[in-house]
Ligand binder design. Sequence first.
Ligand code: NAD
Ligand code: IPM
Ligand code: MN
Length: 359
Amino acid sequence: MAAHILVLPGDYIGPEIMTEAVRVLEVVNRRFNLELTWEEGLLGGAALDVHGVPLPTQTMERARAADAILLGAVGGPKWDAVERHLRPERGLLGLRSELGLFGNLRPAILYPQLAEASSLKPEVVAGLDILIVRELTGGIYFGEPRGIRVLENGEREGFNTYVYNESEIRRIGHLAFSLARQRDHRVCSVDKSNVLEVTVLWREVMEEVARDYPDVTLSHMYVDNAAMQLVRAPKQFDVMVTGNMFGDILSDAAAMLTGSIGMLPSASLDRNGRGMYEPCHGSAPDIAGEGKANPLATILSVAMMLRYTLANPEAAAAIEQAVSTVLDQGLRTPDIQRAGVEAVSTSAMGDAVVAALRT
Ligand code: NAD
Ligand code: IPM
Ligand code: MN
């Protein structure tokens, strides 16, 4: 299927990891005759520097026209002082919201070769394969009213609104349950319904959705316990479904189980399966420009794009296999480095994946 992709490298390590992901895209495009075309656009700080806004109109228009979007990462200290509504992260949030990308899939899979890189004991994480389904266009990230106001006594007060309506909960529920059907048929819904009304509703609606999936088991867990269980016994989970902020936090924790946040890809889907694909990590300003960034999360995001939007599971599997091959070969960027073995650079890791894909 011919398709057009918008590539948004973003800031700091964004362009470094994207260079490698695009090389991988070039190789699969040729090897599988995918007829994919792509163009680069500006988002985040990179867009702010050129156009004065983090999500320029031309980026938004190209994003709407594209079949899929591949994103690096945005943000960083260079733009810490800009006004809140111009922050690079607002560009990313705007894209997610404008495109209706409500369904964020964050699969935490342990490559067996990386058992030693995990921060947990190998036996606790061996065989780990969980899917966090995070609601991405609602919740406290987007709730109104929000802001910082000055009270009568002159003190400032910051406020956000945690809100979900039934239809938002229902659609993320259906996505999670239908994905569980392709896996181990178990959904754990994560909430804070012992304290927050919005998640009392969340729990009720999840129960309603579950009735349509009698073959899938639904359980519930409070988010604090879920954070604990993720580091105690993560293999108990199959699909975890949760709101925007809880999902953001839990997916970073889950990332470390797989060895590094540099290994975790993601898909953000709309109701038609169109999507944006990006690593779960940020722009890593602390290592930018040093060739230390792990490009595998972004490369694996290309695989997710091929699977979920471009309907080419064969090409997706080839990328995942190539990643496994380079890990077998012992290649490690510093974040997944093994004691006594020299780490490789971002581009050397990209070279190796490209070579593995060609053979
Ligand atoms: P971060 O994920 O950028 O970095 C956290 C730590 O993980 C750092 O030590 C970093 O070096 C390391 N790390 C991240 N990605 C890595 C990779 N591919 N390889 C090796 N190490 C990696 O989180 P942060 O430092 O809290 O945020 C930095 C900036 O990124 C902020 O502006 C934040 O808002 C932004 N951010 C953007 C996205 C996104 O674009 N989707 C996601 C998260 C954070
Ligand atoms: C992520 C990031 C974003 C989020 C930020 C950069 C807006 O942390 O994609 O996980 O919080 O969703
Ligand atoms: Mn995050």
